[in-house]
Design a protein around this ligand. Structure first.
Ligand SMILES: [Zn+2]
Length: 137
């Protein structure tokens, strides 16, 4: 079991990493950024079609900002900084588009189902949708 002790804690390092607050921020950024793939995978498996939920873009934004902070304030590495300097732009744009699309959905008064924008009939119960049924988000 000595090998296991050395693997976990050795020479003052946990898992071989010399921890500092910036290492925590960098690893947290990695975990948050990587977790977006599991969120997208779960959403796709749940609906049995390829979907990208808003949570994917929120995790992308949070993870990339943590990694950008790590790159800027700890590493000072221009390659690493450039890799995350502009990724927030499409993440925020996709969140805006996602919000606008969700706000444009129509609520069916007959069954309460949320229907795709510009739908004429409810995809759940078939009732005719009126423009006044537009959801207020
Ligand atoms: Zn309906």
């Amino acid at each position: 079991m000595d090998w296991l002790t050395h693997l976990i804690w050795y020479d003052g390092k946990f898992l071989g990493v010399d921890w500092s607050i910036w290492k925590v921020i960098g690893w947290l950024g990695n975990v948050v950024f990587a977790s977006r793939f599991f969120v997208q995978w779960y959403a796709t498996e749940k609906l049995k079609r390829v979907v990208v939920p808003a949570g994917f873009w929120w995790l992308s934004l949070a993870g990339s900002l943590l990694l950008l902070s790590y790159a800027l304030f700890y590493r000072g590495d221009s390659v690493f900084i450039f890799a995350y300097a502009f990724t927030w732009i499409p993440y925020i744009r996709n969140l805006i588009i996602h919000h606008r699309h969700a706000a444009a959905h129509l609520d069916c008064l007959a069954c309460g189902n949320s229907c795709a924008p510009h739908s004429n009939f409810c995809c759940s119960c078939g009732a005719k949708l009126a423009p006044s049924e537009k959801a207020a988000v």
